[in-house]
Design a protein around this ligand. Structure first.
Ligand SMILES: [Zn+2]
Length: 238
């Protein structure tokens, strides 16, 4: 009896251990696949919609604490001969909104353009034209965030050195949101201006770039907007 119990237990645990080993192996294999750097073939096989979906899924992995941890130095070697990222993110310089981390992306996966207040101007549009026309990205995401100091500074009409000129790029969003003279500390005011700023940024990309507008019209490029909540890491697509 004791022997049978022992045998059953051994069988039980042996099977469990084997199942666990299989799971670990499958997981390692999945991670190894996910760690393969993007190349042009993989990039172009992805539709613009799939590119946005991958950012969405990446944020969900991040929120589930299931981020994929790759050997970054190996990725440096894999991408040393060239890059084929699938998307570009225009985000704020805020230290709490690093695109590669919150979208769980690796070296060579996304272009990341960051500037205080994530506004879009001619220089940034030019960078995105390079990203699309030369490198072949499938999607552009303009990413705003809650608690943005630049947005608050613009609402409060802050004047400080060269920052004054930086914040002037956000004035159209303050005006479009109807928040001139509003309380910049109020979270609903900041949200209204930040989301308006994202929408204006998205619109300016096609308004001011015939090149990007043509790609969007042909269905070869998708431009999306989103807001990142710095209190929980969640990205909400607009
Ligand atoms: Zn910010």
């Amino acid at each position: 009896m004791a022997e049978n119990t022992f045998t059953r237990r051994s069988l039980c645990c042996g099977v469990a251990a084997a199942a666990a080993a299989t799971t670990v192996a499958a997981s390692s294999q999945a991670q190894a696949g996910a760690c393969t750097a993007f190349d042009a073939m993989r990039q172009q096989a992805m539709s613009p919609g799939e590119a946005i979906d991958e950012l969405r899924r990446g944020n969900q992995r991040f929120l589930n604490s299931e981020s994929i941890h790759c050997d970054l130095l190996q990725q440096v070697h894999m991408t040393s001969a060239g890059q084929a990222p699938f998307a570009a993110v225009v985000g704020c310089m805020d230290s709490r909104v690093p695109p590669e981390l919150i979208f769980d992306q690796q070296i060579g996966s996304i272009f990341s353009i960051r500037i205080a207040g994530n506004y879009v101007d001619t220089s940034i549009t030019g960078g995105l034209e390079f990203a699309n026309a030369v490198v072949g990205i499938r999607a552009i995401l303009v990413l705003g965030h809650t608690g943005c100091g630049a947005i608050r500074g613009a609402i409060d009409d802050v004047k400080l050195g060269n920052l004054t000129e930086t914040l002037a790029h956000l004035t159209p969003a303050v005006e479009a949101a109807g928040m001139v003279g509003a309380d910049g500390a109020a979270s609903n005011v900041m949200w209204a201006v930040a989301t308006e700023n994202v929408r204006l940024g998205m619109a300016s990309l096609t308004d001011n770039s015939p090149l990007l507008a043509e790609q969007v019209a042909k269905g070869e490029l998708l431009i999306a907007g989103a807001m990142h909540d710095i209190s929980n890491g969640q990205v909400t697509f607009l």
